[in-house]
Design a protein around this ligand. Sequence first.
Ligand SMILES: [Fe+2]
Length: 154
Amino acid sequence: MDTIEFANALIEAERAGALTLTELCDLADRPELRELLRKVAHDEGYWARELANVVKRAGGAPSSAIGDFANKVRVIEDLGGKLALLNRGQMWVVRKIDEQLPYVSDPEVRGLLSAMAAAHRANIALVDEALASGLRGKLYQAKTAGFYRKRESP
Ligand SMILES: [Fe+2]
């Protein structure tokens, strides 16, 4: 895959990511999670714009399409499942970049793609962390509720 084709495929994925994350922001009830998702949404938009510049510098036309990832996330009912799928999508992007990097000769494009993969890995870890702490919170509440119910029963 040449640079223009590859960058355009990533632009479509990043736009889909930004759309997905914007929708997930509205579903997050914890302010910390909402802010994290908003930040990741911004990152997705940032990479889409940077990749559009890569395509233009290479003499191509940046794709204006959006991938269908948001639809896949919409049909999952719980927020935890949506976030897990989001992270699998983000990991797909990292994998695609890792596969393509050996064939990218332009040092500027290599640098951008490497930074993009690293930023994706960092965001995946942050969302994983938020997911884990959210689950712990729910477990803790469930255990506490059970404990008090037991104590209150005769
Ligand atoms: Fe992404």
